[in-house]
Every structure is written in C-alpha cells, then in structure tokens.
Design a protein. Structure first.
Length: 133
C-alpha cells in the first residue's frame, strides 16, 4: 500500500508570521497536534507541534515571559524547520519505519517539493485495524 492511499490531503497550515497564540487557537479549533507552516506564498517551510510549543513554554521564566511567548513570538521562531517528508508513491511501510526511527508522529507528504498531504501514525493504525495493510 502506498502513502497516497492513506494520507490526509486536507492539510491544516499556518503562516510562519502568525503568532504562537494564533497557532494554539488553530490547533485547538482543528483538534490536531501539529500544523504545517507555510510562507505567505504557500511554500512549506516547517511544522509546529504541540511539543514545540510546550518546549518553548518550559523555557520561559515567569508568567510575563509566557504571555510574551504566546502574544509576540512568531511561529517561525519556534517551529521545526525541515521536517521529515515522504513521497506519495512511497510504501506505507517506509513511512512507518521513518516515523519509528525518527520518533515522530507524522510525516508531511511532498511531491516535487510541494506539500500534498500528511500521513500520521493514526492513519497507519487505522489502515491496519481495517485490514487494509
């Protein structure tokens, strides 16, 4: 089975110049744990996960610094740059291996450098549970 058969094509994203507060709102609204990060031109430049946000928050010294993190910090400042990607024609097994070895929960799917989807551990488990893999 190929990645293209399991991936989600409706990828939720946020622009790199959005604030962390905006990103938290988008994550909560969409009930997801990570956002693709794009430029204003739509170029895929990174990923912002709840782990990135929690790590940044843990480094704050007090409530004032935490407020500044959410209101004044841009997504680009704390996102993970150059996240792992996979091609849509790759085998699902390869996606599972990459996630396992890199200890990540998702891979962004790119074709000719453009973001076309995302495949997560949940997608793989769902396929396995339904006997598709």
């Amino acid at each position: 089975m190929r990645v293209a058969e399991l991936m989600t094509t409706d990828v939720v994203s946020i622009e790199s110049d959005a604030t962390v507060a905006e990103a938290v709102g988008r994550l909560a609204d969409e009930h997801i744990s990570a956002l693709a990060v794009t430029t204003t031109n739509g170029l895929f430049v990174g990923v912002l996960s709840t782990s990135d946000i929690l790590q940044a928050e843990a480094s704050t010294q007090d409530s004032e610094a935490r407020d500044m993190l959410f209101e004044r910090t841009l997504v680009a400042e704390i996102m993970t740059r150059e996240p792992l990607t996979i091609e849509p024609e790759a085998e699902a097994r390869e996606a599972a291996q990459q996630m396992l070895y890199a200890d990540v929960h998702r891979l962004f799917v790119t074709s000719q450098g453009k973001l076309v989807g995302v495949i997560s551990q949940s997608d793989l488990v769902r396929a396995l549970a339904h006997g598709r893999v």
